[in-house]
Ligand binder design. Structure first.
Ligand SMILES: Cc1ncc(COP(=O)(O)O)c(C=O)c1O
Length: 386
């Protein structure tokens, strides 16, 4: 057999899955691993999809997505962040942010173009850049300042081959929310070097004690930004596979071409559900956000008590404590915790080298299960210290 694709072969399978395959077989295992809301999609959203199917909405839609959904996305972004996108040609409905990310990279990159992102980073960024023929370049961040993006680190990572900066705030895996000032400085740098900005804002609605800054709303940003947003996290709609990309028309046109030939369109019933989410979902978003916030406060306090130092994250539903006090590597900690106490977390190194010495815990799990998991983690950490 001839060799398969080098680009694909060069990427290891996601480090998250390995532990979850073990955890899934284990009795009485508490998983704080997967980044997925523990809530079911609110009923009125599910009902809208059922209604749509009953009424015969079973066809393809425009490649761009239902016009009525694009109108609602445009209104939503205008009302929340004051950014204006034309539903006719500046918004593309995608199959989750995952597809948006993939086609953004394919629309932007030529072979060897570099994309810089802050690390620890979401596990898909480097592979998506590689699959599109680009070169991923990680700029490290440091937990001592809450993993805030550093403009100096970014400047050091930029080369004449840099094409884009990929941002993710609120961050998976750290929960960090970048300050407006830092993001303004990042935009200035992008303007100075004539770079695109790709901003994955999938967690925009899950922020606590702070405000989300939409990168496209910053001075000078919109004309060079691809804004990626979605429904999976805010509305507990991971299984519906709906996201959107917003950008200047020529960029959307390029992304649409890839989307058209590879995906055609997002599923129509799911698009109808997304319309309902934007139309009437606000109280449910707020209800879930408040519940995440309660869990966040508890988990941060308890982890610090246990000795796993943890800067309070202000967004998403992850904490990323340091496990250095245990003397274990991230992988050792994760593996031993899983076998000895049946708690699944994600080793920080799967999010890049600067994640070593940390683990990611998701608090998208019920409070009683989080409490039980924390007891087990405490027992595990204190055992190690005896
Ligand atoms: C930062 C980030 N971007 C994108 C995604 C994928 O989202 P979607 O379900 O919209 O494809 C995730 C899912 O975990 C994520 O954490």
């Amino acid at each position: 057999m001839k060799p398969l694709s080098q680009a694909v072969a060069s990427v290891p399978p996601s480090g998250i899955r390995r532990f979850f395959d073990i955890a899934a077989q284990m009795e009485d295992c508490i998983s704080l691993g997967v980044g997925e809301p523990d809530f079911v999609t609110p009923w009125h959203i599910r009902e809208a999809a059922i209604w749509a199917i009953e009424k015969g909405f079973t066809t393809y839609t425009s490649n761009y997505g239902l016009f009525t959904l694009r109108q609602r996305i445009a209104a939503h972004l205008r009302n929340r962040y004051g950014v204006q996108y034309a539903p006719e040609n500046e918004i593309l409905v995608t199959v989750g942010v995952s597809e948006g990310l993939d086609i953004a990279m394919r629309a932007l990159l030529n072979p060897g173009d570099e994309v810089v992102f802050f690390e620890p980073s979401y596990v898909s960024y480097a592979p998506c850049v590689l699959f599109a023929g680009g070169k991923p370049v990680a700029a490290p961040t440091d937990y001592r300042n809450g993993f805030q993006p550093g403009v100096e680190q970014l400047r050091e990572a930029i080369t004449p081959r840099t094409k884009a900066i990929l941002l993710c705030y609120p961050s998976n895996p750290t929960g960090t929310v970048a300050s407006r000032q830092v993001l303004e400085a990042v935009v200035r740098l992008a303007v100075e070097h004539d770079l695109f900005l790709v901003s994955d804002e999938i967690y925009d609605r899950l922020v606590y004690d702070t405000q989300h800054t939409c990168v496209a709303s910053l001075p000078g940003a919109q004309e060079r930004t691809i804004l990626l947003g979605g429904f999976s996290k805010s509305y507990a709609m991971t299984g519906w596979r709906i996201g959107y990309a917003c950008a200047p028309a020529p960029i959307i046109e390029m992304m649409m071409k890839v989307h058209q030939y590879t995906t055609l369109c997002a599923p129509i019933a799911a698009q109808k559900a997304a319309e309902e989410a934007l139309e009437r979902g606000e109280p449910e978003v707020e209800r879930m956000r408040r519940e995440y916030d309660r869990r966040r406060l508890l988990i941060v306090e308890r982890l610090n008590d246990i000795g796993l130092e943890c800067v309070p994250p202000q967004g998403a539903f992850y904490v990323f404590p340091s496990i250095r006090c245990t003397g274990l590597s991230s992988e050792q900690f994760t593996e031993q915790l899983l076998w000895e106490e049946r708690v699944a977390v994600v080793p920080g190194n799967v999010f890049g080298a600067s994640g070593e010495g940390h683990v990611r815990l998701s608090y998208a799990t019920s409070l009683p299960r989080i409490e039980e998991a924390l007891q087990r983690i405490e027992r595990f950490v204190s055992k190690g210290r005896r």
